[in-house]
Design a protein around this ligand. Sequence first.
Ligand code: ADP
Ligand code: MN
Ligand code: MN
Ligand code: MN
Length: 354
Amino acid sequence: MAKSGRLLATAEYIWLDGGRPTQGLRSKSKILTTDKVEQLSDLPEWAFDGSSTWQSHGSHSDCVLKPVFFCPNPMREMEGNHYLVIAEVYNSDNTPHITNTRSELAKLLDSAKDAEPWIGFEQEYTFFEYSRPWGWPDRGGFPEPQGSFYCGLGTNRVFGRQIVEGHLQACRQADLALYGINAEVMPAQWEFQIGYRGIEGEAVDPLTISDQLWIARYLLERVAERHNAIVSFDNKPMPGDWNGAGMHTNFSTTATRNRENGLVAIKAAVENLKDSHAKHIRDYGDRLEERLTGLHETCHIDQFKSGVLDRGASIRIPLPTSQQGHGYFEDRRPGANADPYRVAARLVETVCLN
Ligand code: ADP
Ligand code: MN
Ligand code: MN
Ligand code: MN
C-alpha cells in the first residue's frame, strides 16, 4: 500500500516504433500517482529513448508519448486498476513524429465526420514455433493439403486453440469490439475480427477500431508469450500452395448504409477505389505481392476487380449488402502486416473525401 493509503494503478504505454518497412509495437509500464483512470487527461505524457526504437539518433533522442486511447489491462492479474494505453509519438518540438501514422488518420477523419464511416477488420495471423508453423511436423514433411482446417476441429486439424481462447478472453476483458474468431485455411493460421457489431451506440469509427486492433495485436503477442508461441503477421508465411494472411477491411458510411440507395454510393466508392488502386496498395502492407497473386482467394496485385460474393475480387460486395441494397463493402487487398491507421486513412480519403 502506498503512503497515500491507495493502491496505485498501473498503465502500460504502447506505441508504434520506427521499424521499416513494417512498424512494430513497443511498450513500457508506468505506476500512476492515482488509483483510477477515468479520462484520457488522467494519463500523463511520457517519454522514451527513440534511439533504441529506430525513431531518432544521437543527442536529441527523447521522443514524447501522448496518450490517446486507454482500456483495462487484462494481462496484469494484480489487485488494483491496470490499463493499456495507446500513445502517439511526438517530437520534442510538439510536432507528430514521422512514424506517427495515427495523426494523419485523425486529421482526415475530422474532415469526414459527416460521412460517419464505420469499419471492421479481419486480422489473419499464423502461430510459429521457431521457423515452422505451430504444430506442423517438426522433422520435415507437411500436414495434409489445405481443405479440412478452415473452422476445423480436432488435435490433427487445429493448432493453438488454447492461445486463441486466451486471446478472446483478454479482448473481452479489455472491452474491445471483438466481433468473432475462426481457424483459417492454412493449419496454424487464425483470424479475429474487430469492428462494427450492430451494438447501438458502440463507437466503431476508424480511429477507435484501429486503436483497438493494435491493442488486440498486443494482447495476442502477450497471450502467445505464455505458450512460447511466435505470432507471425507475415502476408505469406509459408511459400507454396498455402494461403497467405490478410487483413480484409469492411467499410460503410451513412451513404452506403442508406436504405433507399446505398448500392449507388457503394458503386461510386468502387469507382474511386479503382482510380486510386496504386495509392492504396502502397499503404496496404509489405511484400503484398507475395499474397496478392490471383490465387488463394485473392485478386492479382496489378489488377482491380469488384464483385458480389467474389472472393477473387479486390472489393467484394457481401451477400447481405447486395440482397438488401445497402450496407458495407469489403476491401480484400490489405495484408496481415498492414498498419490499420494507414489502411483506414486511405479508405476515408478515397471513399469519404473524394
Ligand atoms: P467474411 O465473410 O469476409 O469472412 P467476417 O464474418 O469475418 O467476414 O467479418 C465481417 C466483418 O464485417 C467484421 O469485421 C464486421 O465488423 C464488419 N462489418 C459488418 N457490418 C459492417 C458495416 N455496416 N460497416 C462496416 N463493417 C461492417
Ligand atoms: Mn473473415
Ligand atoms: Mn479469413
Ligand atoms: Mn473477409
